[in-house]
Design a protein around this ligand. Structure first.
Ligand code: PGA
Length: 251
């Protein structure tokens, strides 16, 4: 089967109303309606409604970058899955390495967030990846499988096909050091093989994105790999020209 390509931007904590308005109109001006692939922008939650409105006449999907694992109640500062659904947010990143390392999100918490997104029909984008230390110690796959297994144990293998996986080596995020296409493909293939041990169909269906310093120069080769089904793009997604160039590199 052919999996659709998904090009996803992760704006992180950047921009303001004016910047976001300009970025969206620049992206829209460069969009090609013939593209077969999906486009997503993951935006600060405060601007979800605004970006949904700006994307209304396009096929750009809009996502959040985090959600609470709780459904409602006394959790000051948190945003629930049902709130995301209420503003028609279609996707949400869970377990981004910045959330794991800066906000202490364990794989158990990430798995709860993954389930909270599914409970509200918001598609979770599960971010997984090893640090440089872990790669150098030869433990990349142990780490990545452990991050995946936490979700499989909580929500079952079928839940993986309802979400998206983003493999993002931590050492490549925001550093300008991209994994080579071969390095990325190797891990993507192993992720798929791991999923296949549970369910061959789920392994075949699941979109696995690569993230980490993807840019217009390296995107084409990365996206050409058999098991790379798209990209999760941070820095370059804040520049319409670069983001759209990556979309074009997807063919
Ligand atoms: P980057 O970020 O493209 O700036 O490396 C990717 C990400 O953090 O999702």
């Amino acid at each position: 089967m052919t999996r659709q390509t998904l090009i996803a931007g992760n704006w992180k904590m950047n921009g303001d109303s004016q910047f976001i308005g300009e970025l969206m109109s620049d992206i829209k001006g460069r969009l090609d309606s013939d593209w077969q692939h999906q486009i997503l922008v993951s935006v600060p939650s405060l601007y979800l409604t605004k970006v949904k409105e700006l994307a209304a006449d396009t096929n750009i999907a809009v996502g959040a970058q985090n959600l609470s694992q709780q459904s409602n109640g006394a959790f000051t500062g948190e945003i629930s899955g049902s709130m995301l659904a209420d503003v028609n947010c279609q996707y949400v990143l869970v377990g981004h390495s910045e959330r794991r390392s800066l906000y202490g999100e364990s794989s158990t918490i990430v798995a709860e967030k993954y389930q909270a997104a599914l409970d509200n029909d918001v598609v979770p984008v599960l971010c997984i990846g090893e640090t440089l230390e872990e790669r150098e110690a030869g433990t990349t796959m142990t780490i990545v499988k452990g991050q995946l297994d936490a979700v499989i144990e909580k929500s079952g293998i079928e839940s993986i096909a309802q979400g998206v996986i983003a493999y993002e080596p931590v050492w490549a995020i925001g550093t300008g050091k991209t994994a080579t296409p071969e390095q990325a493909q190797e891990v993507h293939a192993e992720i798929r093989a791991h999923l296949a041990q549970f369910d061959v169909d789920v392994a075949e269906q699941t979109q696995i994105l690569y993230g980490g310093s993807m840019n217009p120069t390296n995107a084409e080769q990365l996206l050409a790999q058999a098991d790379i089904d798209g990209g999760l793009i941070g820095g370059a997604s804040l520049k319409a020209e670069q983001f759209i160039a990556i979309c074009k590199a997807a063919g």
